[in-house]
Structure formats: C-alpha cells, structure tokens
Design a protein around this ligand. Structure first.
Ligand code: AMP
Length: 386
C-alpha cells in the first residue's frame, strides 16, 4: 500500500524502516531539508498547511498517517476528506489541547491530576483553589519536552508564570510558532514513577497492548525507559490496558496510541496522550516480537495486528545532543544502535540504544556501560527496582 506520512523525522524513519519489508511504500510531507526519513521514501518538501503539498501527498497515497500531533486541523480535515487519515483527526484535536485531553480523561472516569483552565488573571485564584500548591502551569497547546510549563509554589509565583507563559508564543517540535494564550493549571503530583501504556488498534477493531514501560526524564526530556516496567504485575497492566481501551473507544482509534501515566499511591493517573508511535516504545524494536512501528503500519494499512510477545527485560537509552563513539557502542554486547541521521544540536534526540539481556541485572549493567559513553552520564538514574 502507498502510505503518506506527515513529518519526516525519526518516527517517520522508523515507521518506513518497518513498513518497507511489509511491501509498503512511503511519501513523506516535510518542510525541512534532508529529513531523517528521506532515504526511505519520496519527499514532498512543503509546509504542513501548504494546499499543493497536501494535494500531492493525497494523490501519492492510499492512507495517510502522522508522526506528530500538531498537524493543523484544516490539513487533517482536508486529508480525511480525500483518503483514510489514521489515527482519526479527532485524536489529533484532543492531543493538541491539554484541557480537552484532561476533560476527556475525566469524562471517561480515568484518574488524572486535578486541573483548571487559566484564560486570564482572574482565573489564577480559582485554579489554585482547585489544584492546591505546588501546581504546574502549562500552555494548553504546543508544549513539548517540558517546554511551555512551570512549577509554582505560591499564588504569586502562579500569577507571574501565567503572565509569562500566557503571553509568549511557544515553538513546537517542528519549528513552527503559534500565539498561545490558553493555560491549564494542574496539581503537582508527587509520583513514585512515570509509566506509559502503548496500545494498538486495528481497522477491524482488534487490539493489542505492550507491557507498561517505566520512563525516566531529565530536564523534561525522556532519557531512559525500562520494559516491562520493574515490578509490573497483572493488576497494574490490566489497569493500564483498561484506561487505554476507554480512550481507543472514545476516539474510534486506529494505530498506535501512547498514554503517559504517573503511578502515585498505587494508582495510575493519566497525564497525556500521544496519538502516534512514541519514544517510550522504541525498545519494542529489539525487545518485542513486533515493534510499535510495524504494528502502527499494520493497523493503518488494514493488515492484521501482531500481538507482541516480550521474552525478557529491555531498556532504551536516548542519545541526546551528541552521538558517542559508535564503535565503542557497537562493542557492547546486547546494545542495539539506532541513529536518526540528524545534525547534532543541544537537547536534540539523535538516536537511541536499545539494550536486551537475560535478566534485569544484566540489562542494567549494559545500560550503565552505554551511559558511561554519554555526556552527563552521572545524572542518569537506575530503574526503580532493578
Ligand atoms: P508533559 O509535557 O505534560 O509530558 O510534562 C513533562 C514532564 O513534567 C512529565 O514527564 C513529568 O515529569 C513532569 N510533569 C508534568 N506534569 C506534572 C504534574 N502534574 N505533576 C508532576 N510532574 C509533572
């Protein structure tokens, strides 16, 4: 099948790397030059809202999908009027707006941090009354990797953060800008750990789930994931699958969906959804019988899903800002290198290393050998119980 992808970054690259062997071909819409996915398909070089670019992708594709959620609503609507656009545009709309997302969780009965919108200075007091302190103030749209948010400890700090965040345009992951005025206040959650659940829904309604993953962030950026999450038991997995299933139902979803979660006092609180393949699922390339990328492509092209089998523990270490000596990485048994063909820049995700092994301790030892080659390795943290 001919698959169109909006965005040509590493997620599109890995979708195509897994989709080409299934017999599919790829057309990528990407405004930047020499994107990571360029080697794997034909590129339409145009902005995501360029009518001619969108028309060319629609003509070259049988189905279109996305590697990021901030696709302009009009572009998604245009594509959906011409061909199957999956996941459905409503999933993008919800994921683009933290207020819509948290409202959806609440309506579905899924636990989420207390929240309240802030649309002007008059909303600060009621918002803090709802969330308590400390709180996190976030832009409703276009925040990513910890950008566009602030932790506040007093009402005065909340007012100052709201004034700053409410007035500033925030760049999104694709380098575009939008004026952002709507904010949301959330209760600051003293979580034990961050987890994510990765679900996939087929066009025929079939479903599959990956084991919950434990995620460690620094400066708002994912650094290391561990899967299956240490101490994962049947009840926790079932709770994650249940809440993901409710979201799949609500959105009439097709494709891979990730939901970021906080585990606090034995409960799962939903933080946000990503209507796409997700960084916390990159371990599936080496740690599961079928990767998130292959299952996403299977789903959107109408192929049968491949329920993933996970034989042992694995981890994923992001390579951020610079790539260490590749031969030194390659010399580590059990380390699987995935580079994205990107120009190094501080804070930029340039690749990742998946680590597999026979037992958790062996995986952790290998992760530490990978960390030792990275800048700032001393600040990386072990899985909570390995
Ligand atoms: P987000 O952009 O919502 O994914 O937030 C980025 C990171 O900030 C999360 O992965 C958490 O580490 C942290 N964070 C976000 N929201 C909260 C919250 N309500 N309470 C505590 N930490 C949070």
């Amino acid at each position: 099948m001919r698959v169109g992808v909006l965005g040509g970054g590493q997620l599109a690259r890995m979708l195509a790397l897994e989709g080409v062997p299934l017999g599919h071909s790829f057309t990528i819409l990407e405004p930047g030059t020499d994107p990571p996915a360029a080697a794997l398909g034909s590129v339409v070089a145009a902005a995501y809202d360029d009518p001619d670019g969108l028309r060319r992708v629609a003509e070259a594709s049988d189905v279109v999908t996305y590697e990021f959620e901030n696709v302009p609503a009009r572009s998604a609507a245009y594509l959906a009027s011409r061909l199957p656009a999956l996941p459905p545009p409503v999933a993008l709309e919800v994921a683009q707006d933290r207020l819509a997302e948290k409202t959806m969780f609440r309506e579905l009965g899924i636990a989420t941090p207390e929240f309240h919108p802030i649309d002007g200075p008059g909303d600060i007091e009621p918002a803090i009354a709802a969330t308590g302190l400390p709180a996190v103030i976030k832009t409703r749209t276009l925040g990513y990797d910890g950008k566009g948010q602030a932790v506040v400890r007093t009402t005065e700090e909340a007012a100052a953060a709201a004034e700053r965040l409410g007035a500033e345009p925030v760049a999104n992951g694709s380098g575009r800008y939008g004026a952002v005025y709507g904010l949301i206040a959330e209760a600051f959650v003293h979580f034990e750990r961050e987890l994510s659940v990765l679900a996939v829904a087929g066009r025929d309604g079939s479903r599959a789930f990956y084991p919950l993953t434990e995620n460690h962030h620094r400066e708002g950026i994912l650094r290391t994931s561990y899967a299956p999450a240490p101490r994962l038991n049947g009840a926790l997995q079932a709770a994650g699958e249940r809440l993901a299933g409710l979201v799949l139902d609500r959105l009439g979803y097709v494709g891979v969906l990730a939901i970021e979660l906080f585990e606090a006092e034995g409960r799962l609180l939903a933080n946000e959804i990503a209507p796409r393949v997700h960084n916390s699922g990159h371990w599936t390339l080496d740690g599961a019988s079928t990767s998130q990328f292959e299952n996403h492509i299977r789903a959107v092209t109408g192929m049968p899903l491949a329920p993933p089998r996970v034989a042992g523990p694995s981890a994923m270490v992001n390579l951020i800002g610079e790539v260490p000596d590749v031969n030194a990485l390659a010399a580590i048994p059990g380390a699987h290198i995935h580079l994205y063909h990107k120009t190094p820049r501080p804070g930029r995700k340039l690749g990742h290393v998946n680590v597999t092994g026979d037992c958790e301790e062996a995986v952790m030892e290998t992760v530490e050998r990978v960390w030792a080659l990275l800048p700032g390795a001393g600040e990386l943290t072990r899985a909570t119980a390995w």
